[in-house]
Design a protein around this ligand. Structure first.
Ligand code: SF4
Length: 433
């Protein structure tokens, strides 16, 4: 998962986004401290309720999933690892035959499975196991009751949330075609069900619809897509999925991401504008949510106002989170690190960042640690591997992974989102007394 050290480079962005979009970005390459894309399985298997994720990998991959999924592994989860052992590596067993046997046994044992993802890993890629051919072969064998797809979650190709992008991208060709030019709204990116339901109510009140979600809760009910599809990204890490949706005729509604009252309002407005909803109606529908979000934010803002925050790269959520923390919670941004900066999808977010913020893309973890120590931020957002060592140095940290597992989008979650950052500060304050 690491690459050779190279000097960091500062480069000016391509394109002409306004405001902070013109800021130089520190691009770094070197040792990284990030999850691979396999981790996406931990939340995706809960979301798509009749899918199973079979990682074709090594014991390392199995251990990673076990530790990332925590206690979930005791709840008969719908994921597992088919371990490539020495016999497969030495070519003594035909890995394809072995895989077919494992999949057949699995499908016999779990008749509830409607969609099976073969998930590639570093070992399966290194031995060049062709999982897309395997998926086609197995799909033929088990169709129509089970569809078999594949994507890669390997650390060579994907970082953390990019695993979701790869999974959703594998779903796009499977989506049925929307007949004619019927207009529909597609919300793209896995959201907690409670958040989906809140958004559905808001869109219904605005008269925007029909509204569908990718991923859908059931694999058999994939939403249709076509020329009339307008899509809103609910997550910032879905570059490939977006590209494929556009290949099928869908059009992206440019918007910031639905974090905080401001982000949620602008996100809803993008859809409302596309549907021609008038301003008075929009204000009437959104006003109660905005008021509740502001009321919930007020006490947290008191705790966060003027405090500084430093983001290590993890999920690509860093830029929208930084925008929310600076504009709605009054926090000072020191460095905002992201594993990958999708300028087009983040243009509205970048334009809202305060001037002077340091953006970094990629990672050279030692250099970044040096910058973090020099900045002495009040809160450092980082992965589990860095959090405890930094706490031991006296810094206050927030585990980035929680931001992916917790419902944080929409008006009703704005207070909880701020609370995720206020809590570590409150805990440290209590321990100091
Ligand atoms: S896919 Fe690669 S990076 Fe991820 S756990 Fe397996 S070996 Fe490690």
């Amino acid at each position: 998962m690491s690459a050779a050290a190279a000097s960091p480079a500062v480069s000016a962005p391509a394109g002409g986004a306004a405001g902070c979009g013109d800021l130089p970005v520190l691009r770094e390459r070197g040792q990284r401290e990030v999850f691979c894309g396999l981790t996406g399985i931990v939340w995706l298997h809960r979301k798509i309720q009749d899918a199973f994720f079979l990682v074709v990998g090594s014991r390392t991959c199995a251990h990673l999933l076990q530790s990332a999924a925590g206690v979930m592994i005791f709840a008969e989860p719908r994921f597992a690892t088919a371990i490539i052992d020495e016999r497969d590596l030495a070519g003594m067993a035909d890995a394809n035959e072995e895989l077919d046997r494992v999949v057949t046994r699995l499908i016999e044992r779990r008749p509830d499975i409607r969609m099976l993802f073969l998930v590639g890993s570093c070992p399966s890629e290194v031995i060049k196991l062709d999982l897309s051919r395997a998926a086609q072969r197995l799909s033929k064998r088990f169709s129509p009751s089970v569809r078999v797809l594949n994507y890669s979650g390997s650390g060579i190709e994907t970082t953390f949330t990019q695993g979701e992008d790869a999974c959703l991208a594998a779903l796009v060709p499977e989506m049925p075609a929307e007949p004619g030019r019927a207009r529909s709204l597609l919300v793209v990116g896995a959201l907690a069900e409670v958040v989906e339901d809140q958004f559905l109510r808001l869109f219904a009140a605005l008269g925007v619809g029909p509204v569908r979600f990718l991923p859908s809760r059931r694999a058999a009910e994939l939403p249709p897509v076509g020329e009339g599809t307008r899509y809103l990204l609910a997550q910032p890490f879905l570059g490939e999925t977006a590209r494929l949706l556009e290949g099928r005729g869908a059009t992206r509604l440019a918007a910031p991401f639905p974090l905080g009252a401001e982000g949620t309002t602008a996100w809803l407005r993008a859809a409302a504008d596309a549907w021609g909803v008038d301003a008075a109606k929009f204000d009437a529908v959104t006003a109660p949510g905005i008021a509740r979000a502001k009321a919930a934010l007020a006490p947290r803002r008191e705790a966060l106002d003027g405090r500084s925050v430093f983001f290590f790269p993890d999920s690509q959520l860093e830029v929208p989170l930084a925008r929310f923390l600076s504009r709605e919670c009054g926090m000072r941004l020191t460095e905002v690190g992201t594993p990958y900066l999708h300028r087009q999808h983040l243009a509205e977010e970048l334009a809202m960042l305060p001037a002077g913020v340091t953006l970094s893309e990629g990672q050279h973890v030692d250099r970044q640690l040096d910058r973090c120590r020099a900045a002495k931020p009040d809160v450092t957002v980082c992965g589990l591997g860095l959090a405890n060592p930094l706490e031991a140095e006296g810094m206050t940290t927030k585990w980035a992974i929680e931001l992916v597992f917790t419902p944080i989008q929409g008006y009703e979650q704005a207070g909880d989102l701020a609370e995720l950052f206020a809590r570590p500060l409150a805990r440290r304050a209590r321990l100091m007394v």
